[in-house]
Design a protein around this ligand. Structure first.
Ligand SMILES: [Zn+2]
Length: 255
């Protein structure tokens, strides 16, 4: 299993967490970055040659668009682009109440997103796109910029936009929220297996499927995502895990 989206820079007791992931059958993790500091931390983690293997996505989260200067982060990414397998997490988030009511903040996010997609194109890297509350807008910008490879991470938006995302040749990923989220379940049902990726978005907090309590995800929990995909698509686990691993290798050109 490959966890295609984890914020390892936020994880406490990382060596133990990685050991548990390896024990659970996780072979690789894509560590995604949110800003300069986060990208730097992930690079250090990757350089420590951990097991499971850690690959890098360098990003600039939409939430940083109006809080931080993009330039130093972009300079860092430029200097280390060869060490990355993706540009992300990048994208738009109009879900935040202060963004929903502020067209200027939305425009700021769009401008930053465009620059990051142009950079991804220049370096020939796939984009890992956050699109919450701005699903159509994110797709429009990916198309406008001629983005060829992308994954719409934890996509839970409308199904007509999903159809257009798939028609464009992009991937979508799903998280452990699949155990209870109806929109996520609908997305997985409507997505062919060869366009699906699994992830945890570690350390996001998920509810338990029975509604009682919850847990902060770590990469080992990608197994929960896999089990949900198998249930929804009525697939045996071993075969599904192999297909999903192949998707990740193809999408991110992993060796
Ligand atoms: Zn994330």
């Amino acid at each position: 299993m490959i966890d295609t989206h984890a914020h390892l820079d936020h994880v406490e007791h990382l060596p133990d967490v990685l050991a548990a992931a390896a024990q659970a059958g996780v072979s690789a993790i894509i560590a995604v970055g949110e800003d300069l500091e986060s990208n730097q931390k992930n690079l250090k983690i990757c350089q420590s040659a951990p097991r499971p293997r850690v690959y890098l996505g360098f990003g600039f989260h939409p939430d940083r668009a109006h809080r931080q200067d993009l330039e130093p982060c972009l300079e860092f990414i430029k200097a280390h682009a060869k060490e990355a397998v993706a540009i992300g997490e990048i994208g738009l988030d109009f879900w935040y109440p202060w963004v929903k009511i502020d067209p200027a903040l939305q425009e700021k996010q769009k401008a930053v997103f465009r620059r990051m997609l142009e950079a991804a194109k220049e370096w020939g890297l796939p984009a890992i796109i956050h699109s919450r509350g701005a699903w159509q807008e994110s797709l429009d910008i990916a198309r406008e910029t001629g983005t060829r490879k992308a994954v719409f991470h934890w996509y839970s938006g409308p199904l007509d936009v999903l159809e257009a995302i798939l028609a464009q040749g992009y991937y979508v990923s799903c998280s452990p929220s699949l155990s209870y989220s109806k929109p996520s379940q609908a997305v997985v049902r409507a997505t062919p297996l060869d366009r699906l990726l699994i992830e945890t978005d570690t350390p996001v907090f998920y509810r338990n499927s029975d509604g009682g309590g919850g847990f902060a995800a770590s990469p080992k929990d990608v197994r929960i995502t896999l089990e949900c995909v198998c249930r929804l698509k009525e697939l045996p686990q071993q075969a599904a895990a192999e297909s999903l691993d192949q998707n990740a290798c193809r999408c991110f050109a992993l060796k």
